[in-house]
Design a protein around this ligand. Structure first.
Ligand code: ASP
Ligand code: MG
Length: 412
């Protein structure tokens, strides 16, 4: 029988009633003839509560025990979902990660999936079980310890199961009804997309559109898993939600398909560094060792052997970046005149695979911002994305103006 993966996020399993509602949706797919693998998150708020307990008991915790505690929320919902399905007379049982087994690396709290054994679950399907309910977010390390995949990791569990079982599709049930051209809270003309390409979703996910864990999109792209994002609170239909798929499967598309933003950015400038071979490595090496996520980088033209180097990073990493650079300066690895941090900036990006073949997108973006009187501080581009750093107070305005300028409220 064909296999379908259905993942329910925390808000979709927050109460017994919601679990029953989710189980009903599973029942509909079983009745269509699918064997279903259900991946569940912990009940809404549960994981935060468990993280809080760990912090309370032990601020410098042992990551293995952290994982043992925070993975437990999913065990509860997996059992409750299996019970609900049994109440509906759907043959179902629950599986914890280690029982599957879902093997991961030993990187506790941020483990990577290495292998999913399909035999155990396949054997149960062969015996007539119709639904395997699997606890998301968790796995088993080579040392035999319980691991977790990082916050939001049950999306990644779901996609990995869809790939391992060659599922027809992976449906991600959440509290939003799909992927939007931009955040509807900022721009009331935001439109739900029927389809979006993996590459675009990857950019939007990593830019902070929190619908899907970024790694789940990477995995879906690598294994060509059709991913559908849809709401568990709305009527079910085959066209509901947004399909994340290969670009060949998208017939019509705008040049720009999404405007993303990231509010908490900081711009840091090293003034007057010696412009010599190895200077970038000497600056960004220590930053990377300190765990600073550097995003955009700009180096000015040098004058008399000195140059300015600017980069952006999340605001909450500014202190760490300053410490790493000051230490490198004290040790004589780099030499700069001054380090200036601007923590009142935001990043706004236009994303679209159409940019590969159409020119003029950057020019139109810059013109739009200039018409609104918004000054651009840093620019960075990739094949399908243009990002600018601007003053945070203009962020909403910039998002709205760009959404209008690229006509995102309408289909091409
Ligand atoms: N429950 C975990 C979290 O809140 C995993 C997930 O829901 O994806 O991060
Ligand atoms: Mg999530």
């Amino acid at each position: 029988m064909p296999i379908l993966v259905m993942k329910f996020g925390g808000t979709s399993v927050a109460t017994p009633d919601r679990i029953r509602r989710a189980a009903k949706r599973v029942g509909v797919e079983v009745a269509k003839g699918y064997d279903v693998i259900v991946i569940v998150s912990a009940m809404a708020g549960k994981t935060n509560e468990l993280v809080g307990l760990v912090d309370d008991i032990s601020p410098l915790y042992d990551a293995r025990e952290y994982d043992a505690v925070v993975s437990s929320g999913e065990n509860v919902t997996a059992g409750l979902m299996a019970l609900t399905l049994q109440e509906m007379e759907v043959p179902a049982r629950s599986w914890q990660g280690w029982q599957v087994p879902l093997q991961t690396s030993s990187a506790h709290s941020a483990a990577r999936i290495e292998d999913i054994g399909t035999e155990n679950i396949a054997a149960k399907f062969a015996e007539g079980m119709r639904v395997a309910v699997v606890a998301g977010f968790q796995g088993l390390s080579p040392e035999g310890r319980i691991t977790t995949l990082g916050r939001g990791g049950s999306d990644t569990t779901a996609v990995a199961f869809a790939a391992a079982f060659e599922a027809e599709r992976c449906d991600i049930y959440t509290d939003v009804d799909g992927v939007y051209t931009t955040d509807p809270r900022i721009c009331d003309r935001a439109r739900k997309l029927d389809r979006i390409a993996f590459e675009e979703m990857l950019e939007l996910a990593s830019l902070g559109a929190k619908v899907l864990q970024t790694r789940s999109v990477e995995l879906a792209m690598r294994y060509n898993v059709k991913l559908r994002v849809l709401s568990s609170f709305e009527e079910q239909s085959d066209e509901a939600g947004t399909l994340v798929c290969a670009e060949e499967e998208i017939m019509e598309s705008n040049v720009v398909n999404g405007i993303a933003y990231s509010r908490d950015e900081a711009k840091m400038t090293l003034i007057s560094v010696a412009d010599r071979p190895g200077i970038a490595a000497a600056i960004f090496g220590p930053l990377s060792e300190a765990g600073v996520n550097v995003d955009m980088i700009v180096q000015n033209i040098s004058e008399e052997g000195r140059t300015d180097m600017t980069f952006s990073c999340p605001t909450n990493q500014v202190a760490r970046a300053e410490k790493a650079l000051e230490a490198a300066k004290a040790e004589g690895q780099i030499n700069y005149h001054e380090l200036v941090a601007d923590t009142a900036v935001a990043k706004v990006s236009a994303v679209g695979i159409g940019m590969r073949s159409q020119s003029g997108v950057a020019a139109q973006m810059f013109k739009t911002l200039s018409d609104e009187g918004v000054n651009i501080k840093v620019i960075a581009t990739s094949e399908i994305k243009i990002s600018v750093l601007i003053d945070r107070k203009y962020m909403e305005l910039a998002v709205q103006a760009l959404h209008d300028a690229f006509g995102l409220d309408k289909v091409a």
